[in-house]
Every structure is written in C-alpha cells, then in structure tokens.
Design a protein. Sequence first.
Length: 222
Amino acid sequence: MSTTKYESMKIPILKISEYPTWRVKMLMYLEAMDPDYLDRIRDGPYIPTKFVERTDTVPEHYVVKAKAEWTLEEKAHVLREPKIKNILHNSLDAVMSNRVIACKSSKEIWDTLETQCQGSASVKKNRRALLIQEYEQFDARPEESLTDLYDRFLTLLNSLSLVDKVYETEDSNTKFLRALPEEWDTQTSIIRHQYDLNIVSLDEIYGMLRTHDLEVQQRKNK
C-alpha cells in the first residue's frame, strides 16, 4: 500500500500523562499509514513460511522460508516491521525511547509502552475499578460550564473504553443528562421525551444543549 498521501501527517508524540489519548491517536495514525501495521503491533513480525508435506517419518508442517525464497508480497510484509518501529521511536522522547531501545519488534515496543505507561495487569484492573467508580459518581462540579462538563465526561468515556469498559448509549446519555445542574432540568426533560436515548449520540445531545445555552446568553446580552 502506498503511503505517499500520508507522508505529511504528523506523528503523535507521547506524553506519559496523556498516554490513553496518544494510544488512540497512534492507532489511528498507523491504520491510516497501512491497516496491516495494526496486525504487526498485535501479532508480532510477519515471518514468511512454507508448507512441507508429510513423509514416512515426519508429519506435515510449516517451516520458515529462506530469504531468497520470499515473494515480492512477502518482502513487502516483512519491510513493514522496521517502518513501524521507526514510527514508534519517532513518537518518543529520549527517555522513553531509551526504555524500548532493546525491543526486537514493534509489538514488543508497543507492549512495553503499555506496561510503562499504564502499569501491569493488576494496575490496569485497579484503574478500571476506579474509572467505573468515577463514572457511577459522575456529577457536575460547582460553577462548571456545560462544555467543561461535556469534555470531562467524554474523556472519562474514552478512558473507560481503553480498559475495555463500554457503556450502552442510553446508559451514558442518561448519566450525562443526570449530571447536569438543576437549571438544565427543563431541557433534559425535553430531550428525554423527544429523543430515543438508545439512538441519539452524546455529541447531538451536547449540541442541542449548547445551542440552547447560546440562545439564553444572547437574550441576556440584549
């Protein structure tokens, strides 16, 4: 796959404190460059093999091909690996790059970054529990604007998705509407009665509330 039209795309730079966001952006970047890149960071390097038929003493099996036996397509698959490693290293500062410098494959680099930035499986489990608790207790903060509340809720949903916790559309929509302060009760009631919360997106709900908010501000400024 040609990547010419994507050459000007800026590689996402990792900041440890913003790892969940970087992870999403990097996955999108790799997929845009070549969808097969995602296979490499998930499954490891592509290794050309060939089928060997059974004999009287050896069952049928696969063996690794010698480099001279590679087809053009197989060569292209193999060459993806150093390209991905280069992309990942270019997304890191000197400290983080040094932590993965000894990794042999892009998958190893990716997995190491996951552990470095998100912790071990037990740490991830604890983080998941904390995020779920934060979701269940989510509410507006004093003097928090609609946009700030929406951004904070969206960030929480994205963080939950990274630990494999995704809520149904109706659940997350209801949670957001219930988190709004009392002055939004009329608008949230209208939305509940006029729209199917199983279908309408959170962005659409925010858009309706934001439009109403702007109209109120305009009337106050007259």
